[in-house]
Design a protein. Sequence first.
Lengths: 513, 97
Amino acid sequence: MKPRFRQSMGWLHTWAGFAFAWLLFFIFVTGSAGYFENEIDRWMMPEIAVVNKPIDDFSVLTSAEQQLDTLAADATQWYISYPTGRDPYIGISWLQPANAELGTARQWHKKFLSPDTGNTITARKTSGGETLYRLHYNLHYVPVLIGYLVTSLATLFMLIGLVTGVIIHKKIFIEFFTFRKGKGLRSWLDIHNVFSVLPLPFHLMITYSGLILLMGVSFFPVIDNTYGVSKKMHRQFYDESQVEDKQQQIIDLNTTELSLKAILTDAKARYENQNVSYLGLIDRNTEQPGFEVWFEGDEGLEFATLMTYRMVNGQVQLEKSLGKAHSAAKVYDILEHLHEGLFADIYLRWLYFISGLLGAAMIASGMIIWVKKRQKQQTIFINLIDRLNAAVIVGLPIAIAGYFWSNRLLPLAMVNRAAWEVHSLFIVFAACICFCAVSSTDKVWKSMLWIAAIAYALLPLGNILTTEHSLLASAQNSDWLMLGFDLIMLLFAACFALAAALIKNKDNKTVQA
Amino acid sequence: MNFTTKHLITFNVTCRVLIALVGGYLLSALSAVLIATHLPGDKINSIITGLMCTFIIYTLTVIFVFAAKTTLRAGIGVLVPCLLVYCFNHYFNGISV
């Protein structure tokens, strides 16, 4: 492209970054939110009762089984979830098989139980944290295949941007410690370096593992040509690569018929120091139902392990998974777990979240630099990009605040309530774009930042007005997730307000200079 | 910069983008097939390994295409390895990609 290698790479870095910058920003922000999926769920279902005192695992089991007996008599799978650090409540879920007479499809159901009475609690219909983080690879409104392909392509551009970014930096280590304040473009470049270099290992890991997660879709012709063409063969390929090594042993359990109670007693005796996170009953409608026990502490980086009890020829067989059978599948698993961060404790989880936001900030600062370098041209196109930058970089957080607001404001009995929460997110996003298109160029960033600050600052207030969860009540009730969420919203508001205030000073400086 | 050079640059850039994206995809998919069929051992393992290499090959190809001195060189530099890998796959395994 250019006479020198580094110049060519500079060109590629600029344009590969520019091509998908807004989509990548969207992917990084919604994906980062996914690290707090359960915590967002808690906030979006304020009706759930938090377990804030020690409970007896067996009495929980009794009331859960009673509920499942009445609600899910013909379900094929039952799960009972015990309170854990991230999900401090009691839940039941079941897989309802398809019913031809009623015309209902095979579907998972989930309900929460009150720790005091054992009765079910009906939580509001919500899309929750799951739909929010799924946006980062399914793009919601497009067919799922298109969503996968477009996000994969964007992620490839991200990888190219990262590699070329490393190539064009001569003194990557020194530049990391350099920040020249109040120097316009130079300052933005320094900021871009800090956001990129510090979390570079994270950026590379998350980008590469993201590509790997969807490689079966984006490079499906490779499977076609080596394993077999057709959907059925692809299915078989996935099934075969998912095969796990298992350790099986016959145990002496004094019983002729297994029950959840019997296996809970046995599992507790085997692992005295572990907290049970799930009890499961699978293949209920078969001759040989399986009884599963999951432990909270067992969810390591390599694999989440569980124990399955089954009756085999009148004896009790205990089975433990040892991870994927194929070594390449093991590597895939590790990359997947690194990407999803499900194993992370609270501190590492925060590190994941902050690194993800730094990635978003890296993309945002890159886009701002792109505009700053061309601002002297004063063309309509550059001006438009500048406005759209504001609409995406600040508008997306506002849209996510809109998503949270819709959870509190939409009527509880509304039809398709959960779907309308997601629609609200995109309606607010579209409104932000319209706002940025018409407001004056000098003020657009500042007004957007103030709107974001207000939208987040008022969320805890909205929570108090629409539910009984005030900051004080959450603290008294040891409802740390609710309290934490509200406080983080205030922190976000403060950050946006600070940015709005700083931008004013900066503009004054440019005027003086 | 006169009218024609500007158009020439646009043409060159478009060509390189196409070579990088389409050629890069072809080369990485063909290489993945090569790895998947020739890596000794379990078939599933080889296919997953091949797939996991694709994005590294893709990225390196894109970098090569934009680093090449001329667009023609970039095109040849991608086309020739593609043909080589294709022929290898075709004649040694009877695979027609």
